[in-house]
Design a protein around this ligand. Structure first.
Ligand code: X8Z
Ligand code: ZN
Length: 597
């Protein structure tokens, strides 16, 4: 008894006295030891919730998320004790990261903290369970359409009325999310403010090893670099859609109606490539058709992705990956189908969660997701707080970088294609790739332009939907296909809004993957135009890539970028170089036609 008292007295004395470097070191060691098991527990609970949505799994996941967030917030607040000390680099960085590691900070009030994590789980659950039941359809007879059904319809259907119906049907699932979202914004802001940020958006912007305002300026700079390319693509596609659907549906010089671009959110447009294919330069193969005709199954799809990484020298995925992943949509329960890659124990237990469809789109998404898993394994020797990507755009860019190497020549090598089209078909290939990557750029920007303004209060709840469409028009040049009002909540029909996942990472990834690809192609000694380069099988490229990946979050991202590319700034000249031949071609096609909206 006496002994305990003395110990408490000593501990109190040391916390009250001036902070020391030694104490800071011990503090951060203990913090990592405390957070690791809480994170693993959170991952497990989230996994079960996402692969089996029920009220119970939602409540359990919310509870363990809350435990982890509360512990992180508590440690972040305590760490301010060391603010005035000159600390060793790694300790100072870890203390900084403690504050920045959260995408959701719970307020100190336990009731509010509980409410916030519960709302977050519920919004994602509503999205995951979302279905469109057309008039007369019966849910009991399985006649309602889930997002996978609607995705297929948006990709393949060319009837504007049916597309509109599907678009409307899906967007209606988000209406019930609106009131929860309003409350989530208020509580998330409160939590962020208690940690010293102006609001939750400011907390998200603080993660990039530079002052948050400078980060916003970087985004403007990058967008200006790529905007001309987007405008050319937009103008060309608008003309093609006008030919297909007529002037009553598609305006000559206004924004494109958002339901005609082959994707529920008009974020990637490659599904409408057949409408836009250049007459003399169509590569003449369709990967979706090839995969289907060969009866490729979902496991083989994943093996193709894994094989790309192992060809570069990465170790194969562990047996547990194959045992524990969710590859197909279960028939008997609700799940979150939106693809994601998991790092359950921050060591070996990596998993994929998808509802794989045998299409080219999912073939590429598998590469995207495995990029996360191989990154997770590459940094798993780092101390816990450094087990993450250099910035979140890096995490999103790794698998996409590999997918840029999925060239026709590569498909021939792995036996999926008999013969690669000759160079005269390059414009078709580049156009298809631009519909995927260039079309995405303004979408990647717009989601968080909206959310940052929502968090700051510049967009109040009564203008949520209107402001959403103003921004989508401004950046993407798309318009809602029917009149919308404030009873709608169209942002919530996008997974990342409903699931509290920041989105600017995908814009960054769209720029970064081309920078990575350019650097790796050079390392692999490819002297052809960038879109013809594949690093498949090149061990030196793999080694250099891994050198960057294994750094994790241990150093500021410009250092990680420089390690691979020799460049320390994000730079859109790589994506522009890649599409240079297409830009020239589009400008020819657009001669005499309106550009912009
Ligand atoms: O959400 C994803 C991945 C999981 S990190 C499937 N992506 C964004 C989206 O679907 O909106 C990949 C590209 C953009
Ligand atoms: Zn991703």
């Amino acid at each position: 008894m006496k002994r305990t008292l003395i110990l408490i007295a000593v501990a109190t004395l040391s916390a009250a006295g001036p902070p020391t470097v030694r104490e800071a070191q011990k503090f951060i060691e203990d913090a990592e030891a405390r957070l690791l098991p809480l994170s693993v527990e959170g991952q497990r609970a989230d996994w079960v919730k996402s692969t089996y949505i029920t009220d119970d799994t939602e409540a359990l996941a919310a509870k363990s998320d809350e435990r982890l967030i509360n512990a992180t917030v508590d440690l972040a607040k305590k760490s301010t004790r060391f603010d005035s000390l000159k600390l060793p680099d790694d300790v100072a960085r870890k203390i900084k990261l403690l504050k920045l590691s959260l995408t959701l900070a719970t307020p100190a009030d336990p009731k509010e903290s509980e409410e916030l994590t519960r709302i977050a789980a519920s919004m994602e659950g509503t999205y995951g369970k979302g279905k469109y039941c057309p008039p007369g359809a019966s849910a009991g007879k399985n006649e309602c359409l889930d997002l996978e059904d609607l995705t297929r319809l948006m990709a393949n259907n060319r009837n504007p009325g049916e597309l509109l119906d599907a678009w409307r049907g899906w967007h209606a699932i988000a209406r019930p999310i609106r009131p929860e979202f309003v409350r989530y914004v208020a509580l998330a802001n409160k939590g962020a403010r208690e940690l010293g940020f102006a609001d939750d958006g400011a907390m998200w912007r603080a993660k990039y090893d530079m002052p948050p305002d400078d980060f916003a300026k970087e985004l403007d700079r990058l967008w200006e670099q790529v905007r001309p390319l987007y405008l050319s693509l937009h103008a060309y596609i608008r003309t093609k859609l006008r030919e297909q659907y007529g002037p009553g549906v598609v305006p000559a010089d206004g924004p494109i109606p958002a339901h005609l671009l082959g994707n529920m959110w008009a974020q990637t447009w490659d599904n409408i490539y057949p409408l836009a294919a250049p007459k003399d330069a169509d590569p003449g193969f369709d990967l979706s058709e090839i995969l289907k005709s060969r009866k490729t199954d979902y496991k083989q799809m994943v093996h193709y992705g894994e094989h790309f990484f192992t060809s570069l020298g990465f170790a194969p995925l562990p047996e547990t990956f194959w045992e524990r992943s969710q590859f197909v949509k279960p028939r008997d329960r609700e799940v979150v189908c939106h693809a994601s890659a998991w790092d359950i124990d921050f060591a070996e237990d990596v998993r994929l969660k998808m509802c794989i469809d045998i299409t080219a789109e999912d073939f590429l998404t598998i590469h995207h997701e495995l990029g996360h898993n191989f990154y997770q394994r590459a940094y798993d020797k780092q101390p816990f707080l450094f087990r993450d990507s250099a910035n979140d755009g890096f995490h999103e860019a790794v698998g996409d970088t590999m997918a840029l190497s999925v060239t026709p020549a590569y498909l021939v090598k792995i036996g999926l294609l008999d013969k690669a089209p000759d160079a005269s078909k390059d414009i078709g290939l580049l156009l298809r790739k631009a519909l995927e990557k260039v079309a995405f750029l303004p979408f990647g920007l717009v989601i968080d332009q909206w959310r940052w303004k929502v968090f700051s209060g510049e967009i109040p709840p009564e203008r949520y939907n209107q402001a959403w469409w103003e921004l989508r028009r401004k950046y993407q040049g798309v318009a809602p296909p029917v009149e919308r009002g404030e009873a709608d909540f169209d942002p919530g029909a996008k997974y990342h809004v409903a699931s509290n996942t920041p989105y600017m990472r995908y814009f960054l990834a769209d720029i970064l993957q081309f920078q990575f690809h350019r650097a790796l192609a050079r390392i692999a000694g490819c002297h052809e135009p960038l879109h013809r380069c594949s690093i498949y099988g090149n061990k030196e490229a793999g080694r250099r890539f891994n050198e960057m990946l294994e750094m994790g979050l241990s150093r500021p991202w410009p250092e990680a970028l420089a390690k691979l590319t020799g460049e320390s700034k994000m730079d859109a000249t790589a994506i522009r170089d890649y599409y240079a031949p297409l830009q020239a071609w589009l400008d020819q096609q657009n001669k005499g036609k309106p550009v912009g909206w």
